[in-house]
Design a protein around this ligand. Structure first.
Ligand code: CUA
Length: 314
């Protein structure tokens, strides 16, 4: 499929499976077209005006068995296609264990990316080849969509919530990144480059970035300047301690149980009254309008790092 000139080359593991599906469905459709067209032409010829072909009724059992047979066969085929394509799509949503996490912040009209060590880029993303990379994406304004044709990945990026996708690059080189959601006058210029490097080159590249400071360290200083530490780091106020919280289920006062993930932390910062944990008073103020998406990412990274700290200690 990749040799076919109108197709962009395959440069990720998903590209291969997506192209298998495209090729499979094309072949299947071609077979169906040929069979139907062949029957149309064949019958038109056989039963043409003046031909002596027998036109009597078929025996009852032939009519019935043929009907049951083709209905069952097409139903089975349709279910197979559903299973095949859904399994592939779900695979692109499932988190990859051990994937490198990169934050993507979209805004009119640029892509900002942030690496685990705090390195930041604009309209560019350097990644190592052969390693799964998970993108956690959010938008500062309107809906954008992150699309890398040669990776066959495309995921909408929404304001006010996180969306995820992952890929594993299989080729070295520079690949186009596009925004595929009409997001304003400069939408067509909201493009970038995904640069796939050898893992050792990536390590060298990322160590050499000027923004070597950790996002979690930014988050830690925000945690103090915004006053979070006043309640959440042992004090007279009864507030949840955050060490070891990330990724764990939280029991809420209204009976729901939610997992303390990025989306939950974001909600807690912006709309604390909507998710009061069981056993606590709804006294946390909202930071909506006070913190931007960059700062929420940093705070989340800090809270996640508290989890890591506890695990290494215990
Ligand atoms: Cu962002 Cu189009």
């Amino acid at each position: 499929m990749s040799g076919f000139p109108i197709f962009p080359g395959e440069a990720s593991t998903q590209a291969v499976s997506t192209d298998h599906i495209t090729a499979g469905l094309t072949v299947l459709a071609a077979i169906i077209v040929l069979v139907v067209f062949g029957l149309v032409v064949g019958f038109a010829f056989r039963y043409r005006n003046g031909s002596r072909a027998k036109r009597g009724d078929l025996p009852e059992w032939v009519a019935r068995d043929v009907e049951i047979g083709w209905t069952a066969a097409t139903a089975f085929l349709a279910l197979f296609i559903v299973w095949w394509t859904i399994a592939a799509s779900l695979g692109s949503l499932a988190p990859q264990p051990g994937a490198m996490e990169i934050h993507v912040l979209a805004k009119q009209w640029m892509w900002k990316t942030e690496h685990p060590n705090g390195a930041r880029e604009i309209n560019a993303l350097h990644v190592p080849m052969g390693e799964p990379v998970r993108l956690m994406m959010t938008s500062q304004d309107v809906i954008h969509s992150f699309y890398v044709p040669q990776f066959r990945i495309k995921q909408d990026v929404l304001p006010g919530r996180y969306t995820h996708t992952w890929f594993e690059a299989t080729k070295l080189g520079t690949f186009h990144l596009f925004c595929t959601q009409l997001c304003g006058t400069e939408h067509a210029r909201m493009v970038g480059d995904v640069v796939v490097m050898r893992p050792e080159d990536y390590a060298r590249w990322s160590a050499a970035q000027p923004q070597g400071d950790d996002i979690a360290a930014d988050g830690a200083s925000l945690f103090h300047t915004l006053g979070c530490a006043g309640c959440h780091l042992g004090s007279a106020v009864h507030a949840p301690q955050l060490a070891g919280l990330y990724g764990k289920p939280v029991q809420l006062a209204d009976g729901r149980s939610v997992v303390a993930d990025d989306a939950f932390i974001r909600d807690m910062i912006l709309k604390p009254k909507a998710n009061v944990p069981a056993g606590y008073e709804p006294i946390m103020p909202s930071f909506s309008g006070l913190v931007g998406d960059d700062e929420i990412l940093a705070l989340t990274a800090y809270i996640r790092s508290l989890k890591d700290a506890r695990e290494t200690r215990g």
